[in-house]
Write a protein that binds this ligand. Structure first.
Ligand SMILES: [Zn+2]
Length: 319
C-alpha cells in the first residue's frame, strides 16, 4: 500500500484515498505590469487604458498591487490544498512582479519569467533575474517572439541560464494561442514552425545539467517532443492546460497521451501543471480533476502519482 506522504503543516490534496502533495508547475502571474504592457501595446501611440478598464472589459478582477496579488494566490492555493506553484511573469520585462511574490512567499512560489532573447536588454534581464532577483527559471516562446531555437540570440540565453544555474528553462513548443491577446484584439503573429522540440535536442544535449520544460506535452508536436525527451533525460513535459491541441490528432485522447508519455518517459519526466492565470477563475481545479481521473483510469498510483504531482517539481526546484 502506498503510504501517505508526511507533510507537516503543508496543504494536502486527496487522491484515491491517499494524501498527495500537489505542486503546480505552470501558473501565470497576471500582474498590473502585465496588463499595463498589453494596454500599451493595444494603444500604440494613443493613451493606454487603465489596468482596471482592461480587466473590467474582460470581466476579470483587477490584480491590485503585487502584495495583494501574491496574497490572493496564496489564499487560492490554500483553498485547493495546493502546496507550491511556479508563477510565470507573463510578459517580457515583468520579472520584478514575480520576484516580489517569491520574496514574500519563498516556500510557496517558484519564480519564472518570460524573456524575448531578441530584445537588446535580454541578456542583462536574464542575468539580473537569475541572480539579484532570485528567480528560478526563464520561459521562452520561439513561435510568439519569432526566433529560432538555434539562433545566436537564443544560444546566448541558454549559456546565461547555465552560468547562473537556472533551475529550469521553459520552452514553449507546438500549437500556441494566447486567449487574452485574442480577447483584447491584439494581433498574434505566431510562427509555430519555430516551436519544434527537435530543435531542442542539440541544446539540451549541450547543457545536460539544465532542465528544459516543454509545456502541454509539446502541444501537438508530441511525437517530436517524445523523441526529444527520450534522447534527453533533462527534458521534462508539463501536463498543464486543457490540452486543446488534441483536436488536431484524429481519435487521440488525453488518456492516450498520458499512457504514451508514461510508457516512454516515465513519471520523472512528467510534471503536473494547470496553466491557471486570472481571477476570479483562479486555480483551475477542473484540469486537476481531469488529470486525476485519467491517472485513475490508467491505474497510476503510489510513487508514480507522487512523482507527477510533486516529485519532479521538487527535484527541479528543490524540496
Ligand atoms: Zn501558460
Amino acid at each position: 500500500m502506498p503510504q501517505p506522504i508526511p507533510l507537516g503543516a503543508t496543504p494536502l490534496a486527496k487522491l484515491k484515498g491517499h494524501l498527495v502533495t500537489i505542486n503546480d508547475a505552470h501558473c501565470h502571474f497576471f500582474s498590473e505590469g502585465f496588463f499595463g504592457a498589453l494596454a500599451r501595446e493595444r494603444a500604440g501611440s494613443s493613451t493606454p487604458d487603465s489596468v482596471e478598464a482592461i480587466t473590467g472589459s474582460l470581466k476579470w478582477e483587477a490584480p491590485g498591487n503585487l502584495t495583494t496579488l501574491a496574497d490572493r494566490w496564496v489564499a487560492e492555493l490554500n483553498k485547493h490544498g495546493v502546496n507550491r506553484a511556479a508563477l510565470i511573469a507573463s510578459v517580457p520585462g515583468d520579472e520584478d512582479s514575480v520576484a516580489s511574490a517569491v520574496a514574500k512567499y519563498p516556500d510557496r512560489f517558484v519564480g519564472l519569467f518570460m524573456l524575448n532573447p531578441q530584445q537588446p536588454d535580454a541578456a542583462d534581464r536574464c542575468t539580473r533575474a537569475l541572480t539579484e532577483l532570485g528567480l528560478h527559471g526563464l520561459c521562452i516562446f520561439p513561435a510568439m517572439h519569432r526566433f529560432a531555437l538555434d539562433s545566436q540570440q537564443a544560444a546566448r540565453i541558454f549559456e546565461l541560464a547555465a552560468i547562473h544555474n537556472a533551475k529550469s528553462v521553459f520552452v514553449h513548443c507546438g500549437m500556441l494561442s494566447v486567449g487574452i491577446r485574442k480577447k483584447l484584439g491584439l494581433p498574434s503573429r505566431f510562427d509555430i514552425r519555430l516551436g519544434d522540440p527537435l530543435a531542442l535536442i542539440p541544446i539540451a544535449s549541450t547543457y545536460p545539467d539544465l532542465t528544459f520544460v516543454i509545456p502541454h506535452f509539446a502541444a501537438g508536436f508530441t511525437r517530436e517532443g517524445l523523441m526529444a525527451a527520450s534522447l534527453c533525460p533533462n527534458i521534462v513535459f508539463d501536463t498543464s492546460s486543457s490540452n486543446g491541441w488534441i483536436k488536431y490528432h484524429p481519435g487521440l485522447t488525453l488518456t492516450d497521451v498520458f499512457r504514451q508519455a508514461l510508457s516512454i518517459l516515465g513519471p520523472s519526466q512528467l510534471m503536473f501543471g494547470t496553466d491557471s492565470s486570472f481571477f476570479p477563475r483562479g486555480w483551475q481545479r477542473p484540469i486537476f480533476e481531469q488529470q486525476c481521473a485519467i491517472l485513475r483510469e490508467l491505474g497510476v498510483e503510489g510513487d508514480t502519482q507522487r512523482e507527477i504531482f510533486s516529485g519532479t517539481f521538487e527535484r527541479i526546484y528543490g524540496a
